[in-house]
Each structure stands twice: as C-alpha cells, then as structure tokens.
Ligand binder design. Sequence first.
Ligand SMILES: [Zn+2]
Ligand SMILES: [Zn+2]
Length: 131
Amino acid sequence: MPDRLASCSCGQLAARVTGEPVRISVCHCLACQKRTGSTYGMQARFPVEQVDITGQASEFARVGDEGHTARFRFCPQCGATVYYTFDDMPEFIAIPVGAFADPAFPPPMVSVYEMRKHAWVGLPADIEHWD
Ligand SMILES: [Zn+2]
Ligand SMILES: [Zn+2]
C-alpha cells in the first residue's frame, strides 16, 4: 500500500495517507471554484484511520446545497487547504488532490456539478457524470 503526503504551500500543515482512496471526485460547483481559485476542485476521500494530520490548521465551515456542513482546514500561514471533513460523514477525510503535488495520482472516478463546468474542461468519458 502506498504512502502519500499532502501538504500546504509552506509545508507546515500536512496529511500523510496510507492505502488507496475510496473515492476520487472532481466538483465544478461555484463554491469549489471560489475556494480553489481554479475552475474545479478535485479531492480524494480516505477513511479517517488511513490519515495522519500534523501541523496547525484554521477552519472554514460551509453549508452545502443539501444542508450538509463541510469543514475546510487550511494553513494559517500560507492559506492552502490540506484536508476537509463533512459533519454527516465523520468516518472519512477528503484531501484536495493538488496538495499531493503528484501528477501520477489516480484519475477521478466521478464528476459532479457539471452544470457549472467550464465548457473547455475535458474529463474521461468512462467515469460517473452528474449535473
Ligand atoms: Zn502553509
Ligand atoms: Zn463543489
């Protein structure tokens, strides 16, 4: 089982994960665009027991369209988000895939909020697609 390290831009906040994620998704929603500064967010979901967090984190909680609260944890020094949790799924931790800085990270399994997708964005056809 591979070990992977996600960290913020300055390296102070880090998440070491073991094993493979249970889900890898991209989200095109406007909140993810705002949060990332990119045109979509991409995250990998791991069981909490496979994730080891080190460093100081600040938190931003956001209530999604379906009423679930997501808590984004970011570095107070550099601002980069390194992990997030969902109040209704305490058994999982999501890690933004960019925090791994690993171009060999596995591709997404599912793409959500495609109604907000930038028209030029191309994704594999053989994954789940949701509006
Ligand atoms: Zn940092
Ligand atoms: Zn989103």
